[in-house]
Design a protein around this ligand. Structure first.
Ligand code: NAD
Ligand code: ZN
Length: 344
């Protein structure tokens, strides 16, 4: 079968013929319908950032995956052949203390292994995954619902955490309203009765955020912190989700978050942020959040099934992956970029 393979971190994926996998016990074979493009893919192929330890062998790119069940391994009874499913981006054992306490995105057993980041992901005709890592999409087109595997899930986990801090008529902030941030904005509007503020560097993204329900939008520049502090009457905001994760955006988050509020870091960069007594207001919880749980993925899918989520996607053919990655690099995408499989 055809696959886009990363031979080494920091190198561009190449199209290759590889063996079609087979579902083992407890696993399912998925015929791919959509593979989402995440900014993390850019970190891996351009900058060689080791999101998961490089295992020394090539792997198929793609950690945001959806398709149709093509084959059931022994003992699988939670899905049927032909069903549309979305595959959670994080891999988990479903048995350890983290999984049993509902924190499967932090499963220690297989945490260091992630499809599309160090083992084979979904930018291939087929992919094998444990059956407990798929969620049925029902009537949702997998080429659209695929965005819930990571973009719509990681943002759900971040928004659920942030919402706990937002007081009645309080404020939350989304910094970077791209593939992930545009979902958090929608979840925060659903989960809180406060105002949602969005910060980004491009006008198009801010206009789209307004269409998606943002109450206030600001360009990211030297005056943003002051403007947000003024808007909140000097009190500051209850929670910030930083989808950029670089020093300037973290400094903004520190400047605008009230005491005992929260800052959730989602964006991945090589920057090291400074947190120390006196550099951040007392009682602020800083959380580094990774992916989301299978419960949260089910929650996101339910919202999609009910038509409550705007899930903008931009389709690329399988052969167009290099152009799709370039558009993501150039910040040209408004919705999630999705590789489809119609041309193979
Ligand atoms: P994206 O490129 O679609 O969106 C990024 C957005 O940030 C864009 O709208 C861009 O205009 C904006 N932006 C860039 N610089 C900015 C600045 N200085 N101030 C304000 N806005 C700025 O990316 P994405 O796919 O949504 O991913 C967002 C980040 O989340 C990436 O760093 C990605 O690696 C990371 N990520 C983390 C996890 C996790 O589990 N923590 C999971 C998936 C992705
Ligand atoms: Zn991702």
């Amino acid at each position: 079968m055809k696959a886009w393979v990363v031979e080494k971190l920091g190198t561009q994926p190449v199209m290759k013929e590889i063996d079609k996998p087979k579902a083992g016990p407890g696993e399912v074979l998925v015929k791919m319908a959509g593979a989402g493009l995440c900014h993390t893919d850019i970190s891996v192929v351009d900058y060689g950032i080791e999101i998961c330890p490089f295992l020394g062998h090539e792997f198929v790119l793609g950690h945001e995956n959806a398709g149709y069940i093509a084959e059931l391994g022994e003992g699988v009874d939670n899905v049927e052949v032909g069903e549309a499913v979305v595959v959670i981006c994080t891999h988990f054992c479903n048995e350890c203390e983290f999984c049993e306490s509902g924190n499967d995105n932090y499963c220690h057993c297989v945490k260091e292994i992630t499809r599309g980041l160090n083992i084979n992901g979904g930018m291939a005709e087929y992919m094998v995954v444990p059956a407990h890592e798929v969620v049925s999409l029902g009537n949702v087109d997998p080429r659209v619902g695929v965005a819930l595997a990571d973009a719509g899930l990681t943002s759900y986990a971040a928004a659920e955490h942030c919402a706990k801090y937002v007081k009645d008529n309080g404020y939350s902030v989304v910094i970077g309203v791209g593939g992930l941030g545009s979902y958090s904005l929608q979840y925060l509007k659903n989960l809180t009765n406060g105002k949602v503020i969005v910060v980004d560097t491009t006008e198009e993204k801010l206009e789209r955020a307004t269409r998606l329900g943002a109450d206030y939008v600001f360009m990211s520049n030297a005056e943003t912190a002051e403007k947000i502090m003024e808007l909140t009457g000097g009190r500051g905001v209850d929670g910030v989700i930083d989808f950029v994760g670089i020093n300037p955006t973290f400094e903004l988050a520190k400047a605008i978050t009230r005491s005992t509020g929260t800052i959730v870091i989602i964006g991945i960069s090589n920057d090291s942020m400074k947190v120390a007594f006196g550099l951040i207001k007392g009682g602020v919880d800083v959380r580094v959040s990774e992916g989301g749980t299978i419960r949260q993925l089910r929650g996101a899918v339910e919202l999609a099934k009910a038509g409550k989520l705007v899930m903008d996607v931009e389709f690329y053919k399988f052969s167009e992956l290099p152009r799709a990655l370039q558009d993501l690099r150039d910040n040209k995408l408004t919705g999630r970029g999705v590789i489809t499989f119609d041309d193979i």
